[in-house]
Ligand binder design. Sequence first.
Ligand SMILES: Cc1ncc(COP(=O)(O)O)c(C=O)c1O
Length: 412
Amino acid sequence: MGALWHPFSDMGMVERDGEFVLTRGEGAYVWDEHGNRYLDSTAGLWFANVGHGRTELAEAAARQMSALAAYSTFGDFASPPTVELAERLASIAPVPGSKVFLTSGGSDSVDTATKLARRYWNQIGQGQRTVVLAREKAYHGMHVAGTAMAGIPGNHDGYGELMPDAAKVSWDDAEDLRTTIERIGPDRVAAFFCEPVIGAGGVYPPPPGYLESTRKICRDYDVLFVADEVVTGYGRIGGSWFASGRFDLEPDFVTTAKGLTSGYLPMGAVLVAPHVAEPFFRPDGGVWLRHGYTYSGHATAAAVALANLDIVEREDLLGAASRLEQTLESRLAPLAEHDLVAEVRAGTGALAAVQLHDHTLALPLARELRRHAVATRAVGAGAVQISPTLVMTDEQVDEMAAGLSAGLDALA
Ligand SMILES: Cc1ncc(COP(=O)(O)O)c(C=O)c1O
């Protein structure tokens, strides 16, 4: 019996069946402790956009650690990579002039956006706006705010009420957002949280017109629109740094993490539109924001993020994600004919899911796929996740599709 308590696990099952120990990665592949090679079909947990084994990121970390590994950024403290990263993120943010609040990961980013949204309303004299809305199937991380907004059944069960004033709306019916805002009272609603492509809930691209309509409804009622781009950000959506750019959302907040560093070090960022940041940046001062994390703006993580963004640009991984969007859609489509498969969802970014009729088979399928050199996991309700590194070639997509097909046959 090991000491490690795995997140999102049934530890009884892990202790019975053992751990799946990975020791090495290179490009689109990872290797287990026995030397077996797998196509990493999930980019770790949707994060390894630049692929594995990038020594230039290790070198960026080593350089910064040798100079100054980390320091606080509370108050007026700063370090050069942290300042540079904020400028760089502001320059690619979907809303020009955005301010950048750095965090240690996606859940931090969601908590930060929740608090900033409420605090913004408080600051401008509408402190009664405290309600945050999120969609069914939503995953907004596992801090208290994100858990309270969880739309995946089971993710908020058993903890009691974690946060008052969190309410749910339909994942695919924009009018339900309007009805819900009307029911609660528009002057009580602070923000609407929205994953442009639902990720952990099972990879659901937005229904046609859904994002445009919900964005407009939020404008109609002055509700802040939070694009949760922890999965879609930094290139995965294809052709654009953010889904907010691709769908022209002009969000009030963008919550991000994962692809910011490709997971080489933990880091997240919240991009805040200038009109929301403005009350906190008054030239005469006097407005304290008492929020932040020890590792907000961690210097080494920032240096790695900068080097990671260099790779994304240099290798045109935004273009690669567009290519993968098409390749995944066309090469995975035939799997929909398989008896076990209900549908294949793809077509918006380097993101896809193979949905099974029998939801209980997703976990066994993910396990079986390891025998076919494909590393993936169950996601949503009865689906397996496909979100490859953006360096995966079309030939490797074919290899992955063949593995998926063989795994489905073996399970059937
Ligand atoms: C959309 C979304 N938001 C937030 C998070 C939470 O990020 P983290 O696990 O880094 O805290 C995730 C993680 O998968 C996510 O997919």
